[in-house]
Structures are given as structure tokens and as C-alpha cells.
Design a binder for this molecule. Structure first.
Ligand code: GDP
Ligand code: ZN
Length: 294
């Protein structure tokens, strides 16, 4: 049957990279999954064209082309930015009362998402835990700037349906501090435990999987990438930072001077909006902090 299968298959196939190892990857197509030899810069989430190579034992692919990406995300690897995933449409920023998520963490991920052409939203997890009023105040800051917020309990399952509905036909990366519930949430949505970082390849040995893409029955894709650390601001230009703060960017258009420093210049509209409460203090403080690279 394999012979017949090979005969009806075109030599060049297209698919999406769902597992990535150091020099090979797993590609999902309408005909099933193929182990492929990767080419430079291929990452999980990439749509690729590959050629089928047939050796005596098994079918293998050789990637020949990476299709245009709608987005790409990188993470810090030493002193360089290294691409780790492509075609993510949404970043779900997990906010929790315990461990307490800082506005800095949220604002960094909103910034990184926007600069990476990805839509950020907030997953407010652990709603089963009682919270203080300041917790609601923090969430209101994001409600005011139209960031979608979905309240859930990953552990007990509250409101998971609202989240899975929201995620239909999207490709999402969940980000959160350690202990925020990233693995609990991913397992609940995928319906099983996530694979560990080691997987057998077809020689039976263990290889480290750098990143994986999981697909649910709702056509939701979830990117899992171990070692996704803090957002590194060093790679962003000072003048790019304001794009992650759209209410501040909007307000800056009415500053008296084009080169306004938005701190103590005459006629700064941002300072006016800060004083009248239209711009939140924490958003403003993070904007200045990020712009100064801390
Ligand atoms: P990760 O480090 O982000 O992957 O977090 P985990 O998924 O390992 O969760 C960390 C801890 O938080 C575990 O003890 C979970 O049981 C707990 N946790 C996750 N979601 C919830 C929730 O909705 N409510 C409560 N009370 N605890 C949760
Ligand atoms: Zn200004």
C-alpha cells in the first residue's frame, strides 16, 4: 500500500512544520506527516514546499522552499535574536493574581506582539482565586485600550469554552510567568498532556524538539516553545517602542513639537492626557522605561 501511496503522490508537496529539531523537522500535509531535512531558517509554523526522497527504508522529504510568513517571532539566544516560530496570529498573555503578573510583563508582550504583526490579548487565569480591587483596576487599563480579556480558570475549567471559541482558526502562543498556568491551559485545550522536550526520531534515538505546533479539532493551533524567556527590548529601536502603546502614539500626534520628549517639553499632549487620566500611569511609566531600555 505504501508503494501505491507513493505513486499517487506528487513529488513536490506542501505542508506546515509542526516539530522542529536541530536539523530536521516534521511537516504535516493532507497526506500525513513527513520527516524532512530542514534548510536554513525554517521554524515551526512555517508553510513549506518539500521534495519527496525515497530511500530503501522510508519516505523522507527535503524542504526546498519556505512560503511567505504572515508573522515571525524571535527569542534571545545569547546576544542574538533567533527566530523560533512563524505564522502565529495571536499571543495570549496570561495574567494571574498568584504569581502576580506585572504590568511590565503585559506591556512588553503587547509591544513585542504588535511589532511582530501579531494580535495580543489577555487570558486572565485563576479566576477561582479571590482578588483585591487593584487587580480589577489593572485589568481595566487594558480593557480601556481595547485589548480583549478572557477570564478563565485553567485548573477548574471555568469559561474554557469562551477561550476555545475565541481561538478557532487561530494560531496562538501562550506566554506567562512561571506558575501562571501555561502547561495546565495548553493541556486542557489540546485535550492531553504536552509532549516533553525529547521525542524519538525514526532511528529510535532521542532528539531535542525545539518547538512544537499542536492542532485541535477546532482548527486551533498552539505553539509550544520551551525556554521562551522574558522579552528582550535591546533589539528594538527607541522610536519603535511607541508603536506598542497605541493610545500614547495617538496622543503624541497632538504634542506641540514634533521632537517632543513626552517628559517635560512644552505642550506635551501625553502629559496632559496623563494628568486627566486618559492615559494610565503604568502604561506611561512602562513606555518611558522601555524607551530608555531600563
Ligand atoms: P506554568 O509554569 O505556566 O506551566 O504553570 P502550570 O500549568 O504548571 O501551573 C502552575 C500551578 O498553578 C499549578 O499548581 C497549577 O495547578 C496551578 N493552576 C493553573 N491554573 C490554575 C487555576 O485556574 N486556578 C488555580 N487555583 N490554580 C491554577
Ligand atoms: Zn509629548
Amino acid at each position: 500500500s505504501l508503494v501505491y501511496f507513493v505513486l499517487i503522490m506528487k513529488k513536490v508537496q506542501t505542508g506546515q512544520v509542526i516539530e522542529f529539531y536541530s536539523n530536521s523537522c516534521q511537516v504535516k500535509t493532507n497526506f500525513g506527516e513527513f520527516s524532512c531535512i530542514a534548510i536554513k531558517n525554517v521554524v515551526v509554523g512555517d508553510f513549506v514546499k518539500f521534495e519527496i526522497i525515497q530511500d530503501s527504508k522510508h519516505l523522507q522529504g527535503k524542504i526546498i522552499k519556505i512560503q511567505d510568513r504572515i508573522s515571525k517571532l524571535s527569542k534571545r539566544d545569547g546576544s542574538k535574536d533567533k527566530l523560533f516560530a512563524a505564522n502565529i496570529t495571536h499571543v495570549g498573555i496570561i495574567n494571574t493574581p498568584k504569581p502576580k503578573t506585572s504590568t511590565e510583563f503585559i506591556d512588553k508582550w503587547i509591544l513585542k506582539s504588535i511589532l511582530s504583526k501579531i494580535e495580543p490579548f489577555i487570558i486572565n487565569n485563576k479566576i477561582d482565586i479571590d482578588t483585591e480591587e487593584e487587580y480589577t483596576d489593572k485589568l481595566n487599563i487594558y480593557k480601556d485600550i481595547d485589548i480583549p480579556i478572557i477570564n478563565i480558570s485553567a485548573k477548574y475549567g471555568d469559561n474554557i469554552e469562551e477561550l476555545t471559541n475565541y481561538l478557532k482558526n487561530k494560531c496562538v502562543l501562550f506566554v506567562g510567568n512561571s506558575g501562571a498556568g501555561k502547561s495546565t491551559l495548553s493541556s486542557r485545550i489540546i485535550g492531553r498532556e504536552l509532549k516533553t522536550n525529547t521525542l524519538s526520531n525514526n532511528q529510535g534515538t532521542h532528539t531535542t524538539s525545539i518547538s512544537s505546533l499542536y492542532e485541535t479539532e477546532d482548527n486551533t493551533k498552539i505553539i509550544d516553545s520551551p525556554g521562551m524567556r522574558d522579552v528582550e527590548l535591546a533589539s528594538y529601536k527607541s522610536e519603535e517602542i511607541i508603536k506598542g502603546f497605541k493610545e500614547i502614539l495617538q496622543s503624541s500626534k497632538n504634542c506641540k513639537f514634533n521632537d517632543c520628549n513626552h517628559i517635560n517639553n512644552d505642550g506635551c499632549n501625553i502629559i496632559t492626557n496623563l494628568a486627566n487620566g486618559e492615559i494610565s500611569e503604568s502604561r506611561y511609566n512602562n513606555f518611558i522605561k522601555f524607551r530608555n531600555k531600563q
